[in-house]
Design a protein around this ligand. Structure first.
Ligand SMILES: C[S@@+](CC[C@H](N)C(=O)[O-])C[C@H]1O[C@@H](n2cnc3c(N)ncnc32)[C@H](O)[C@@H]1O
Length: 219
């Protein structure tokens, strides 16, 4: 089945650079050092593979599994993998909801992924992510957030930016979500807590590390 993201895959990188410069990639890499010694890493909805490329460089031993619904996005991601790393990157062209593996990962990454979904979808998807983690796994998430506090002008422009993005992605990909759902309560229900958090100064974007409660190790 084709994905709405297939259509925008050729322009995704240009669109990102035009609107955000290097900021999205900086935020994706905010906790990259925490992944340098993880052996099995799952990337969900990895898109065009900018982060995958970086991760393969920083962590020369990890085996990386990519779960991506869009064939066109995945093709671009694959193309970024150097020949010498090809045996370390495994691609599954499948929706997270249909992904099936007996593996449990040391780390899971979700970047600008959950904002594509409505609350009811997220409620069903978080347990799937949880299933693929184990006690000491890290879950690194980077996403937009709806600003609740701050200076009125900043709040207004962040609000408008997010509306414009939803307008574009809604039309271009068919996603039905129209606001960013705060995933922390759902993460908590699935046994995770926020172990670290970092906000962009300029954009309503937040990078967070989630871990399973009682099993956290020092970050
Ligand atoms: C907004 S893009 C983010 C891409 C990339 N992670 C980034 O940081 O730019 C969302 C990505 O999730 C993928 N996607 C959407 N729904 C998915 C699902 N149910 N399972 C797996 N991937 C999905 C899309 O094809 C797209 O590549």
């Amino acid at each position: 089945m084709s994905s709405g993201f297939d259509k925008i895959a050729p322009f995704y990188g240009v669109f990102e650079s035009f609107l955000f410069g290097s900021k999205l990639q900086e935020m994706r890499c905010a906790y990259l050092d925490q992944l340098a010694d993880r052996r099995d890493i799952l990337l969900i909805g990895e898109g065009t593979g900018l982060f995958l490329e970086k991760l393969l460089q920083v962590n020369p031993k990890a085996n990386i599994t990519v779960v991506e619904q869009s064939a066109e996005m995945m093709k671009r991601s694959r193309n970024r993998v150097a020949e010498k790393d090809s045996s370390r990157a495994t691609f599954h062209k499948v929706a997270l909801q249909e992904f099936d593996s007996v593996k449990r990962f040391d780390a899971v990454c979700t970047f600008f992924f959950w904002d594509c979904f409505e609350q009811s979808q997220l409620r069903a998807m978080l347990p799937i992510l949880s299933k693929y983690t184990k006690g000491e796994s890290l879950w690194v998430d980077v996403d937009f957030f709806e600003m609740q506090e701050g200076a009125p002008l900043t709040k207004w422009w962040h609000f408008m930016l997010i509306r414009v993005l939803y307008g574009f992605f809604g039309l271009a990909t068919g996603i039905e979500a129209r606001q960013v759902v705060e995933i922390e309560p759902l993460a908590k229900q699935n046994g995770f807590f926020v172990a670290a958090s970092h906000r962009s100064e300029k954009f309503p974007i937040r990078a967070r590390i989630f871990q399973k409660r009682n099993r956290a190790r020092g970050l």
